[in-house]
Design a protein around this ligand. Structure first.
Ligand code: ADP
Ligand code: ZN
Ligand code: ZN
Length: 725
């Protein structure tokens, strides 16, 4: 006799779902699909999602029963379900891993969908009576703000308007001055919007006139007012009763973007990013799922937000590499945004001052509509002046040329702000023995150790190894161990020594690790003069109106990288860093220090901007049949010894033979052949036609899990890799 079974995708690296019997007496129908269940697994229990129904002969299988159904209605319905299924097929990742990636932690662990009523904060009767007697300070500022409002204010609005309101709220609440109230959303105050210029209006009209799916490339120079265009498009979307999703590349940008949207929209703007507590993430997700949430702003993983009433998807800074997940399922949020937009029948806007070559290609071929914002929006803002500083044979002070230091000095004297960009955190990239040339390596990685803590510590940026700086060279015993080159820490030190009275704010992973670290750091200078020193975190879309001088300490590493994306990346970086400067009424300058002032990429950028550089780069890609003109997948393996990694990759390669239209290169050692004590190797799969690549992978990947060679390695498949390390 045949029984109905449930196919359950568990959140584990298993290639296939497991079969279970339904709970005793339960009726099985299609309503189970997309619901979470708790199931026994070995001696434990696990959470899974029902992804199919099947039949089993009770005699031949000893199936276990589902312990509990956790959702009465599917948690992953309709289009979201289809998109996750698509992602599973496209990235050749087990469905269990895909849904686990898509859900916020508490939901992944089987917790119920949280309550999503809308709440806000107001002064209590006692608070209204007493607040004017409070001492000046943040609690009083918050109380005053709440007292001036006619109704309870939602957290998102406080987030936007009152710095560090949460601490202040805790303080007031402890004294009984504050209460939480249910909100009525129609009446959130909205600030009047800016009058859009003609280019902005044309872009908004094109987007809002669109019925159904259409991809747009909003190609707007830095400071051209792209965010205002998003805001206006979201307003239209809300007016039609639809939901909007906006992706931003960096946690630090979420706060700024949420604040800007919140000021202009009559509904609560939800946020979803890794800086939030688990509960907050689940709350935002649930709000969108129920339709209480109308606008979501988030980083990469927010692409999996439910959008039952979708109207618009925006991907800001679409070229940013952080949209590509680099572990687990290696999905690209921009690409999935297009997939979802098509499935949902809504416009998708990709915005950037430096569009990815992939997107440029679509705009050229007409698959995507280009909307151009060629000028800065602020009435008096002009494009920044660029100055190339040839540092050959120059004596530098801590890596900085004298004219640059003088320019910094006069910028500070005018009361303005400076950005000094260096894409290396730490004190110095290497510790070198001046007598014999020894440099400190990481014992577990094929990479040098980075000098930190003013020269007193060595840290490996790849495996986290950390040790005090040795007293003497282990090779020759010399005491002449010297930090070589500059990291952000050392540049900060140099600048502080040179400008002892200036306020200097360092912005890199070491200084922004705390919650909202980037936003807090960026707020430190306020409107006053000072210097930001930092890594590429600083290069992304921040709007710092007082900043008038951007300096790039060295662009040379980007000029001679082996990566075929180096030219595109360098162009994006230079334009984005330059784009921080002179965004408002004061004119901006950009200084580039280089040993290669005649490099052709630099000449192209200086004469015609990013467009002038990207056109020949795209032509080169086509001539050399590189992505986006070819389709790649990278199979990576790492193991205790290199031969195990090679053996696995060779077996995988053998399984692929006979598939036409596919070219395999490797196994070869990875660009960093050893990391954290493990040997790393890779196999590159290339195809001119995407279907050939996917057909081969669809037949082979499942078999790789079962290869005997797979037991000794950790492996992963990266479809459309953006880094080959
Ligand atoms: P982008 O996102 O393209 O870098 P922003 O939206 O941050 O640009 O706008 C840059 C600056 O120009 C901001 O200070 C913004 O307030 C201002 N701005 C944008 N649109 C207008 C407009 N239509 N009129 C006046 N100022 C504008
Ligand atoms: Zn030595
Ligand atoms: Zn290491």
């Amino acid at each position: 006799m045949a029984f109905t079974t449930l196919q359950v995708a568990l959140a584990r690296p298993l290639p296939r779902p497991y079969d279970y019997l339904p709970p005793e007496g339960a009726l099985v129908d299609g309503g189970w699909l997309g619901c979470r269940v708790r199931v026994p697994l070995g001696r434990e229990t696990s959470i899974g999602v029902v992804c199919g129904l099947g039949q089993a002969e009770v005699d031949t299988q000893r199936l276990r029963r589902v312990e509990a159904r956790l959702d009465a209605t599917p948690l992953l319905p309709g289009e979201l379900w289809d998109t996750l299924q698509f992602a599973s097929r496209y990235y050749h990742a087990p469905f269990g891993e895909v849904w686990a990636t898509a859900l916020p932690g508490p939901l992944r662990e089987g917790k119920p969908l949280p309550e999503t009523g809308a709440f806000g904060w107001a002064l209590s009767a006692a608070g209204r009576e007493a607040w004017e007697r409070l001492r000046p300070g943040r609690p009083r500022a918050l109380a005053e703000h709440l007292a001036s409002a006619a109704q309870a204010l939602p957290e998102a609005l406080l987030e936007a308007d009152v710095p560090r309101w949460r601490e202040a709220a805790r303080n007031l609440r402890e004294r009984g001055f504050l209460e939480r109230q249910t909100l009525d959303f129609d009446v959130l105050p909205v600030r009047p919007s800016l009058a859009l210029n003609n280019d902005q209006s044309a872009a908004v009209t094109a987007i809002t006139a669109q019925v159904g799916f259409a991809p747009f490339l909003l190609d707007g120079v830095t400071g051209s007012g792209k965010t205002e265009v998003y805001l206006e498009a979201v307003r239209h979307c809300l007016a039609r009763g639809k939901q909007a999703l906006l992706l931003v590349p960096e946690i630090g940008l979420t706060a700024q973007t949420v604040a800007r949207l919140q000021r202009g929209l009559p509904v609560e703007v939800h946020a979803l990013h890794s800086g939030l507590a688990d509960g907050e993430r689940a709350h935002g997700w649930a709000a969108m799922a129920r339709g209480d949430g109308r606008v979501m702003v988030g980083t990469r993983s927010a692409i999996f937000s439910p959008l039952p009433e979708a109207g618009l998807i925006v991907v800001d800074e679409e070229h940013d590499a952080s949209y590509k997940q680099q572990d687990g399922i290696r999905y690209h949020a921009r690409d999935l945004a297009l997939v979802r937009g098509r499935a949902l029948g809504v416009p998708v806007v990709l915005g950037s001052a430096t569009p990815a070559l992939e997107s440029q290609r679509h705009a050229i071929s007409g698959r995507m509509t280009r909307l151009a914002l060629p000028r800065r929006a602020h009435a008096e803002a002009r494009p920044p002046k660029v100055r190339v500083v040839d540092v050959r044979k120059r004596k530098l002070e801590g890596g900085l040329a004298h004219e640059l230091l003088e320019a910094i000095e006069s910028t500070l004297a005018r009361g303005e702000q400076v950005l000094v960009f260096r894409n290396r955190r730490g004190y110095a990239p290497v510790l070198l023995c001046h007598d014999c040339g020894w440099s400190a390596p990481c014992k577990r990685c094929d990479a040098p150790l980075t000098v930190h803590a003013g020269g007193r510590r060595l840290i490996c940026h790849h495996c986290g190894y950390s040790a005090p700086k040795p007293l003497a060279c282990p090779d020759c015993g010399s005491l002449a161990l010297q930090p070589q080159g500059q990291g952000t820490e050392r540049i900060e030190e140099t600048l502080q020594a040179r400008f002892p009275d200036a306020r200097i704010v360092r912005v890199d992973r070491d200084t922004t690790a705390v919650k909202d670290g980037l936003a807090k750091r960026l707020a430190e200078l306020g409107d006053g003069p000072g210097i930001y020193v930092g890594t590429q975190m600083l290069a992304k879309g921040h709007d710092l109106p007082r900043l008038t001088l951007s300096a790039i300490v060295s662009i040379d590493e980007g000029l001679f990288s082996a990566d075929f994306r180096a030219g595109e990346r360098l162009g994006q970086l230079l334009v984005q860093v330059a784009g921080r400067s002179g965004r408002a009424e004061r004119a901006g300058e950009v200084w580039l220090q280089t040993h290669h002032p005649e490099h052709p990429w630099l000449a192209l950028l200086l004469s015609g901007g990013y467009a002038a550089l990207s056109a020949p780069l795209l032509a080169e890609r086509e001539a050399a049949q590189l992505p986006p003109y070819a389709h790649w997948a990278l199979l990576r393996a790492e193991a205790k010894d290199a031969s195990a990694a090679d053996a696995f990759l060779a077996a995988a390669r053998d399984s692929l033979t006979g598939h036409g239209g596919l070219h395999c290169s490797g196994p070869v050692p990875a660009p960093m052949p050893r990391r954290a004590g493990r040997a790393r190797a890779q196999l590159l799969l290339q195809a001119t036609e995407r279907p050939a690549l996917h057909a081969a992978l669809s037949t082979c990947v499942e078999g790789w899990y079962a290869l005997p060679e797979a037991r000794r390695v950790r492996w992963s498949l990266d479809v459309d890799p953006i880094d080959l390390y």
